[in-house]
Write a protein that binds this ligand. Structure first.
Ligand code: 3H9
Length: 707
């Protein structure tokens, strides 16, 4: 018998063994249709008197990525996953699962409800629900502890980390490891069960011992490390219910799951999940990427070294070119140290680390750029230096080679015009440290060819990065929004909030660091150089805060000089810098400004509203393709808290009418800075959301919409 009527599962028998194969590409996500098909197949095999054991396995790269995330927020329709898993658990015929690739979330919960689990090949399992603002809602929080013990389950569920097959076996989650095809591994295990050589057992019949020490330690750890997040703590509560009788535990788990499902944290994290994947939907996606094997990186500073590291980890051959010969060795040492770090963190195997090192050549001459398929310039931010370099590269590089600039502000059209091949010139704006940060702004100039854009996206994906398409303007998407966010923070400082209050409010909102702590980390001199560069073009009527300049005048450049807004000792922050407080107070006196007080809520509202207003202008001008691209930039390049979804997601929560009200209110202080973008007024009038705009442009991200 063989049946694939549903197009989602294949049901067949092999002697006494009934087989259910999940066959819903690309990841066998368990939505209503697939779970119904599994259930129907299971009932068919249950009824078949010739079948004595049932094996579940998956087709394709994975067993399954878990419940279908696109279904979140929709009404529950029978048969629900918990209902099906109860049927698997209660089955008189032994149910065996053979897992390969990944078994995450609801997929692992399916496995936990069976009577025997086989891990095939380099399987990874996990319950990553907390990363989506949820907890395992189909018995995972009750059944995992019954196999691994309470402490092991708390670790896996509250962190959402994935676990290797070997570790899962050691923890008692898997019963056996096997090599080869999952179908065969499942059949062999089923035969062993039927022959009495392997014991199959219902997970629900096992008991869980209390472990008060593990629970207390986990609670303290989660509160200290991730105080803003609700899901990990709620997940902990659900795991603790595993010490109750199974039905009570399952009921409690489900109630907590539904609570999280309805929450803002879940909506934001699911939005972030899809944002990460949505940005590759670009107008140039049909163009054929050029072949890139060998890449030259020009500039051996922090940025060039980070980019080279990232490319080597991605498997490319890299020529790192540093014009000052005395700095070549230092650049090489930088890459070596980054690669050693990646090896230590488990991001690279020993073999991949050695291969990456062998694929690195360092030189002080531009000649090496002649053999590159792609050149990435990462020298200092100076237009004349960049145009001179690109004119030279034009004569050195082979035809068809892509010439990329890593500029974070400058006009890529002007850089392209310095060559006779503007169609091959593009911006690849990496973020520091480039081997760790996931964002790349792909800046498309007027004449950049579609296949050049497609190549940049293909490269970024190979590096495991999140590429976002941007058009040319000063600061592109991210730095343009950052400038307005920083201005809002600077004005709050002049008007009476302290930098510690501002940082504290934004850190409570979820940023790892507030804007002033970030400035100290980045170096106050770096931001000053940018301000100086723009001074000539700054509108006369623009309000300008001199505070940062006055701090720089003291020789205080932040963390690297031991003082900035804060004082540092041995690299550790020791609190606000009394000298910086005094500079702010003196500047307020000089400007005759009253000291107003601001609540944390208003601090966050002003900074966030300034970001959103600029983001809307970025959209209006077509610099970003869609609202979701802006969220991806902020989430993956600027540390916007993931559980807040990004500024556009926040804008939808606040709503256009309320945003307009806020901007008009703040405009009483500074009408030049606070202006309502036209698009926002249109959206308020038409009752449209930013999620609607995503859908209108691509149709791609609507599946992640939670509206
Ligand atoms: C859960 O199970 C809750 C339960 O407790 C329920 C209780 C009732 N659903 O990442 P990729 C899509 S929560 C829907 O590019 P990779 C993805 O959007 C779930 N779609 O591939 C993309 O679509 P597109 C817990 C999903 O090879 C395509 O598949 N599970 C899902 O780099 C390819 O994905 C998780 O959190 C899904 N579950 O990585 C696992 N998963 O091409 C989340 C993926 O249109 N998923 N898609 O953009 C992952 O970690 C990775 O996708 C995975 C593959 C490692 C599986």
């Amino acid at each position: 018998m063989k049946d694939n009527v549903s197009g989602l599962v294949v049901i067949e028998t092999e002697g006494e063994i009934g087989l259910i194969r999940l066959a819903k590409p690309p990841v066998n996500a368990i939505g209503l249709a697939l779970r119904t098909a599994i259930y129907e197949g299971f009932k068919t095999l249950q009824k078949d008197p010739a079948v004595r054991a049932i094996v579940l396995y998956g087709e394709g790269r994975f067993f399954s990525a878990g419940a279908d995330i696109k279904d979140f927020g929709k009404a529950d329709i029978q048969p629900t996953l918990p209902h099906i898993l109860k049927a698997l658990n209660d089955s008189e015929k032994p149910v065996i699962v053979a897992l390969h690739g990944v078994a995450f979330g609801g997929a692992l919960e399916v496995a936990l409800a069976t009577h025997l689990r086989v891990g095939v090949g380099d399987l990874r399992i996990g319950l990553p629900e907390v990363k989506l603002g949820l907890l395992p809602g189909a018995g995972g929080a009750q059944r995992l502890p019954r196999l691994s013990g309470l402490a092991g389950a708390i670790d896996i569920i509250c962190s959402g980390r994935d676990v290797s097959a070997r570790e899962a076996l050691d923890l008692g989650i898997l019963d056996r490891l096997a090599e080869g095809a999952p179908r065969e591994a499942g059949i062999i295990a089923a035969r062993d069960v039927l022959a009495g050589k392997l014991a199959a057992r219902r997970t629900d019949t096992r008991d869980v011992a209390e472990d008060l020490a593990a629970v207390k330690a986990a609670k303290a750890r989660l509160k200290a490390k991730r105080p803003a997040l609700q899901a990990p703590l709620t997940a902990l509560e659900a795991v603790c219910a595993a010490t109750l009788p199974i039905d009570e535990g399952l009921a409690k788990e489900r109630a907590l799951f539904m609570e999280l499902m309805a929450g803002e944290e879940r909506a934001a994290l699911v939005h972030a999940f899809f944002a990460e994947r949505a940005t590759v939907d670009i107008p140039e996606k049909a163009a054929h990427p050029r072949q890139i094997d060998r890449i030259a990186v020009i500039g051996g500073g922090t940025m060039g070294v980070g980019i080279a590291t990232s490319l080597l980890i991605g498997g490319y051959h890299v020529d790192l070119i540093e014009a000052q010969s005395e700095r070549v060795a230092q650049a090489r040492a930088g890459v070596e140290s980054n690669l050693a770090g990646a090896l230590k963190r488990g991001k690279l195997t020993e073999q991949a680390h050695d291969a990456a090192l062998a694929a690195l050549d360092c030189a002080d001459s531009l000649d090496a750029a002649g053999r590159a398929d792609l050149v990435i310039e990462a020298i200092f931010e100076d237009m004349s230096a960049k145009t001179a370099l690109f004119t030279k590269l034009d004569t050195i590089c082979k035809p068809g080679a892509i010439l990329a600039t890593n500029t974070s502000y400058l006009d890529v059209n002007e850089i392209a015009a310095a060559t006779k091949r503007p169609q091959d010139v593009i911006g690849l704006h990496f973020f520091s440290p480039a081997h760790i940060m996931r964002l790349i702004e792909v800046v498309v100039a007027k004449e950049t060819a579609p296949d050049c854009v497609a190549s940049a996206f293909a490269l970024a994906r190979k590096l495991g990065k999140v590429p976002v398409r941007a058009e040319v303007c000063d600061g592109f998407i991210g730095n343009r929004i950052l400038t307005q966010y920083r201005r809002a923070a600077d004005y709050l400082l002049l008007d009476g909030a302290s930098f510690t209050e501002i940082d504290g409010a934004l850190e409570d909102f979820g940023f790892a660091m507030g804007p002033f702590a970030v400035s100290d980390l980045a170096g106050l001199d770096i931001a000053k150089a940018t301000r100086d560069r723009k001074a000539a073009t700054r509108p006369a009527e623009e309000r300008y805060s001199r505070v940062a300049d006055l701090i720089c005048d003291q020789g205080w450049f932040g963390r690297k000089t031991g003082q900035g807004y804060y004082v540092y000792e041995g690299g550790k922050q020791q609190g606000g810098n009394p000298g910086a407080f005094e500079i702010v107070a003196a500047e307020r006196r000089a400007l005759n400004l009253p000291k107003r007080s601001f609540t944390s809520e208003e601090i966050v509202s002003r900074c966030l509203t300034a970001m959103i207003a600029e983001a809307v202008r970025v959209l209006e001008e077509g610099i970003a393709l869609r609202p979701v691209d802006i969220d991806a930039v902020e989430l993956f390049g600027y540390g916007f808290p993931r559980h807040r979804g990004g500024p556009m997601h926040q804008a939808d929560l606040i709503g256009p009418a309320e945003l307009i009200r806020r901007i008009e209110l703040y405009a009483n202080d500074d009408p030049q800075f606070w202006q309502v973008p036209h698009l926002l007024r249109d959206m308020a009038r038409e009752g449209r959301s930013f999620a609607d705009l995503n859908g209108a442009l691509t149709g791609h991200v609507t599946k992640g919409s939670t509206k």
